[in-house]
Structures are given as C-alpha cells and as structure tokens.
Design a binder for this molecule. Structure first.
Ligand SMILES: Cc1cc2nc3c(=O)[nH]c(=O)nc-3n(C[C@H](O)[C@H](O)[C@H](O)COP(=O)(O)OP(=O)(O)OC[C@H]3O[C@@H](n4cnc5c(N)ncnc54)[C@H](O)[C@@H]3O)c2cc1C
Length: 591
C-alpha cells in the first residue's frame, strides 16, 4: 500500500501563483502569512498526514466502526491520531485569533485540509464538522454559549456535528419534524436525525451537535426551522463537563465508502428531552446554516481534489512497477507507464487534479478577500465571485473525482477491482462527494437560479470578461495550442450563458434540466483559465532562467487539459442549448 505524499511543490505554486498569496498576506490580520511561514505549515502538516493519518486509511476502510455499549468504537489508531492532531493545534489553524485560533488565511487552511482529506477522508470529516459547528456558533450564538463552547472546540478537545437530515427531510429541509419546546431559557429537543457524520465517537471528550428543529408555534416550511446547540455532555458553569444529555446513537449505517466515518442514526429526547440552546433567532435556523454553507461546499470540493490526488499517486506508483507487454522504444518487457494509453490515463488524472486544486485554492483566496479586504466595495466584488464559483467548485471537483478515481482503478487493470491494492477504496470513498452537502443537481440549481438569474448574469459576465484578458506571449507552441483551445471553450461558455439567460423565462424546467451540463461547462472553462494562468507563470519562471522541471511540466499539463478535457465544453454547450424538451418528453407515469 503506497502512503500519501503531500504534493508540496504544486500546492505552494498554486498558492503563490494562482491564488495570490501576496495579495492575501497584505490583508489586515494576515500579515504573518509570509511564503516562508506557509511553506513551514504545509511541511509540518504533510508529515502528520503522510506518517500518521494516511497509514490508517486502509485499516479504517477494512475494519470500519461499530457500536459497543452504546458507544461507537473507531478503528485502531484513530484515537491516537486524533490526539496528535489536536495536540499540534491543527483544528484552529484558520480560525480567528479572537476565538483562540491561529488566524491564518482560509487559503492556507484549505491547502492543509487537502492533505487531511487525501490522507484519510473518513477521518478528516470529524475535524471538518467541528469546523462547521465552530463557524455557526461564532457567527450566531449568544456570548455565553461562545465562551462556554468555543475554546474547547477550537482546540479540538470537543468535536462538532451538523444535524439536518431526517428520513423524510433530505434535500427538502422544509419537511423537518424534530421538535423543540421552550423550557425556561433553554429548549427540550425530541426527534430522530439520520446520516449524522461522526455523530457519536469517543475520540473527543464532548460532542457539540448543531441540530435543526421546529418550535410548536413555528410557521410551516423552511421559515419555521430553528438551530440549536445540543451537547452530548452538558457543560457546568465553570466550563467543566457535566452530566450526559438525553441523546444517543441508535445505529450506524452500512455504506459504500468512508467506512471509518460513523454515519449515525441519532435519537434526541427519548427521556425528558435533550437540553438544547438556541443559536441565532427562533425560526431563522436555516439562514444561520446558510451562512456557513459556502465554506462547507468548498471543503467538499476540496475533498474531490484530495481524493483525486491520492488516486493519482496510487495509480502512478502502480504504473511504474507493473511490467506488461513491450512498449515502443523499450527493450524487453516494460512497465505499463510506457504505454501511451496508460500515459493518457495518468495525464487525465494529473490534469484534472491540478486544475481542481487551482479552482479550489482560487475560491479559498477569493473567500479571504471577500472577508478581509479593506474597502466594502472590494469585499462585495469578491463575495460575488465566491458566490458564483462555489457551486462550480463543489460540483466540478466532486464529479471529476469520480472520473479520476475510476481511472485509478483502470490503470491497475484487474488488480484495481481487487480490494487489496486500495485503488477501489478511493472510488468508493469518492462516491459520497457528489451527494452530501447538496447533490450536484442542487449545486446546478443554485448556479442557474440564485447565482445567474437573480443578478441577470452579472457575476458570470464579470468572470467571462476577466477570463478574456488571458493572453500568452508568442513563440511558445504549447501555449499557442493551449490558447486556441481555451478561446473555443470560453466562446462556448459565453454563448451557453447568454442563451440560458435569454431562454430561462420561457422554460421553467430549463435550469434544472440542463444545469449540471452548464455547471460542468463552466467548471471546465474556469479550470482551463486557471491552468492557463499557471502555464504563463511557469513560462515566466523558465524565461527567468529556472531549470526546475516542474515548470515545463505545468505547461504540458495545461496543454493536455486544453486538448483532452476542454473539448467537452463544446459538447456541453450543445447539450445546454438542446434545452429541456427531450428531458421532459416522456411523462413521469410512462417511464
Ligand atoms: C455518508 C453520508 C454522510 C452524511 N452526513 C450528514 C451529516 O453529517 N449531517 C446531515 O444533516 N446530513 C448528512 N448526510 C445527508 C446528506 O446531506 C443527504 O443525503 C443529501 O442532502 C441528499 O438528501 P437525500 O439523501 O434525502 O436525497 P434526496 O433529497 O431524496 O435526493 C434524491 C435525488 O433527487 C434529487 N433532488 C431532490 N430534490 C430535488 C430538487 N428540488 N430538484 C432537483 N433534484 C432534486 C437529488 O439531487 C438526488 O439526485 C449524509 C449522507 C450520507 C450518505
């Protein structure tokens, strides 16, 4: 089993050349985020990821979790690894210093998180959910709850969860039934939640559940949902851990992948009612959840990049060792990496992964600018870009991860289908990414509706205008080929976007019917743009005298993207412009 090695050089390159660390470290509060510090942070995280967390990935997959005496038992080594993660302060890396975090840019957090997800995605979901719960509390909870819960959550001693889903309420949260009744200045929560990631475990000393529930007099639908903090153990006045709250794990789901992440059915209030505390205002819970949705979706997009990287590394190691056939130009039987078709698969995996990394880091840097730029107008401009691009990051990176993980199996031949090599695990683990935190269909609805129609295409027009400024110097064949492909892709995106904005009013099914095709088209072109910027930066380094082979390789990878991935944009344009007619032609009852 090959262990994960953090691709530090590419991460650093993308952070500096594409995401623009320079600009980020000029933002107020981020002055310490110098390139040297960022490299040191990435190196340290890389060691923990490859030496401690990655070796647990396969055993976690094979052994999974189970319930013993009402508690979830994690695979061997997990509790110790989590302890190391907490002791070295990783949970608070990107959190603000006001809540005892380390105050590093979100961009740096994202790069570090990529390593945790690559090393062991199921394990890393635990800190991810804690991070989401911290955000909800920091932004919306009253001061006393912040003081009582945040320090131990930011340190990682206490973990967090998100409790939205119920059997009848998945995508459609309006159907939530979990009840909350006022009891003095707190609430009693009763109901069942399903699919709760890391809902119960013993790695942390307490678990802080963020639970969506409905008050007895709440209006129907999404305007009647409130958000509550419901701890596994109540917390005493002095901050110490108190008695056990009235909640428990009922069972764990048996599932396709991420076996070592317990997916819990949770029961609240079988006795007197679980004690919960209101976060935000009554009936405004969904809005509180939405404020942290952007980051959560970006994180899942990053998981797509991370699992793609891991699958690529695994396939590459296999292709370098497996001897089969005689490749042209080789003497004797050769390793399969010499066969052009295997090279095509590896290039596809590499190009998609690097493009996804560029997209996700770019979105992370835009998030930093949207929150920390000095002028309100600049913050607003970056927020518009973030809002537009988040469904694309989530949708594109996770859909493409399916392709990359599947190619990883293919490179292995028959051994890819055999669990022993580990290639199949990445494919199984990746499969959840297009589902949780909003399916790809829901990302597409968000893109086509809230992000395109609502502002009549303003944010998309701005993005397209900026992409049009990409210009390569003459005299480099690879860059010339790249630019020719990129211009065609960009033209397809502009045409499809304009057509959609004109047609949408006449066809109410259009956004949902062709939204995923449009999202993938936008993702392909935006990724090509960022790969083009990467290639131009690499060309500048070469022109300045660098002989680092990473630079010509970046240019070749960008050219490959333009020649072998981006042509999909043309097909996607045609699919979008075919509209909803044939999608909706057969009646639901006639299927
Ligand atoms: C392993 C795992 C971990 C999870 N972790 C958590 C967690 O920690 N906390 C939590 O609260 N939830 C969690 N979830 C739940 C997850 O977020 C939901 O599964 C997801 O939101 C989809 O809901 P659903 O499963 O009910 O599917 P459904 O909503 O039933 O969707 C089924 C299909 O219909 C489509 N669809 C539904 N509505 C629409 C629409 N309006 N327009 C177009 N298409 C639509 C969907 O895109 C999908 O293809 C987890 C799920 C899994 C499997």
């Amino acid at each position: 089993m090959t262990e994960y090695q953090a691709p530090l050089q590419d991460m650093q390159f993308v952070i500096e050349e594409i995401a623009g660390l320079d600009e980020i470290s000029r933002l107020p509060g981020y002055e310490d985020a110098t390139p040297d510090l960022v490299v040191a942070v990435l190196e340290q995280a890389g060691v923990l990821a490859s030496e401690v967390i990655s070796p647990l990935n396969h055993v976690g997959d094979q052994q999974g979790t189970h319930i013993e005496n009402n508690a979830v038992v994690s695979p061997p080594g997990y509790a110790e690894a989590y302890r190391q993660f907490v002791d070295s302060g990783w949970q608070g890396l990107g959190k603000s210093t006001a809540i005892d975090g380390q105050g590093l840019p979100y961009l740096v957090h994202s790069a570090v998180a990529e390593m945790w997800y690559s090393a062991n995605m199921a394990f890393a979901l635990c800190p991810l959910l804690t991070s989401g719960a911290i955000e909800a509390i920091e932004m919306h909870a009253p001061e006393d709850l912040k003081q009582r819960y945040l320090p131990r959550m930011v340190s990682g001693e206490w973990s967090g969860t998100m409790n939205l889903t119920e059997p009848q309420a998945g995508t459609d949260l309006a159907a939530i039934k979990t009840r909350a009744e006022r009891d003095g200045d707190r609430y009693r929560i009763r109901g069942q939640k399903i699919f709760i990631t890391w809902g119960e475990h013993e790695m942390s000393d307490n678990i802080v559940h963020m639970v969506l529930a409905r008050l007895p007099d709440a209006p129907e639908g999404v305007k009647g949902i409130s958000l509550f903090l419901v701890p596994k153990y109540l917390v005493n006045e002095d901050g110490s851990r108190g008695q056990r709250n009235d909640l428990k794990v009922v069972s764990l789901e048996t599932k396709l992948g991420i076996h070592s992440s317990p997916t819990c059915v949770m029961s609240y209030g079988d006795g007197d009612g679980a004690i919960g505390y209101l976060v935000g205002e009554e009936n405004n819970g969904l809005a509180c959840m939405f404020t942290m949705m952007n980051n959560a979706r970006l994180e899942v997009g990053m998981q797509g990049v991370a699992i793609s990287e891991r699958a690529y590394q695994h396939a590459l190691a296999f292709a370098r060792e497996r001897v089969q056939g005689v490749a042209r130009g080789q003497t004797g039987r050769s390793t399969i990496i010499h066969h052009p078709d295997v090279r095509r698969m590896l290039m596809q995996m590499r190009a998609i992964t690097q493009a996804g990394r560029a997209l996700a880091y770019y979105a992370s840097a835009q998030t930093d600018l949207a929150h920390h730029a000095e002028s309100a107008e600049v913050r607003e401009n970056h927020q518009r870009r973030v809002d537009l691009i988040i469904p694309i990051v989530k949708g594109w990176c996770t859909e493409m991860a399916q392709e990359v993980a599947s190619l990883g199996v293919q490179v292995h031949g028959g051994m890819g289908f055999i669990e022993e090599t580990g290639a199949a695990q990445y494919m199984r683990d990746a499969r959840i990414l297009t589902i949780y935190e909003g399916t790809t269909g829901i990302q597409a609805l968000d893109l086509m509706g809230r992000k395109m129609l609502r502002d009549q295409g303003r944010a998309m027009t701005e993005l397209i205008a900026e992409m049009k400024t990409l210009d390569a110097p003459a005299g480099n064949d690879d860059l010339a080929v790249f630019m020719a492909g990129f211009e065609l892709g960009l033209e397809a995106l502009e045409d499809a976007a304009g057509w959609y904005l004109r047609q949408a009013a006449e066809d109410p099914d259009l956004g949902s019917a062709v939204g995923v095709d449009f999202l993938l088209l936008a993702g392909n072109v935006t990724c090509a743009w960022l790969m083009g910027r990467a290639a131009l930066a690499a060309a500048r380094h070469i022109a300045a005298g660098s002989d680092d082979s990473a630079y010509p390789h970046k240019i070749s990878t960008a050219r490959f993207f333009a020649e072998h991935i981006l042509p999909r944009a043309e097909a996607q344009r045609r699919m979008v412009k075919s509209g909803s007619v044939s999608v909706m032609a057969i009646d639901a009852d006639d299927f």
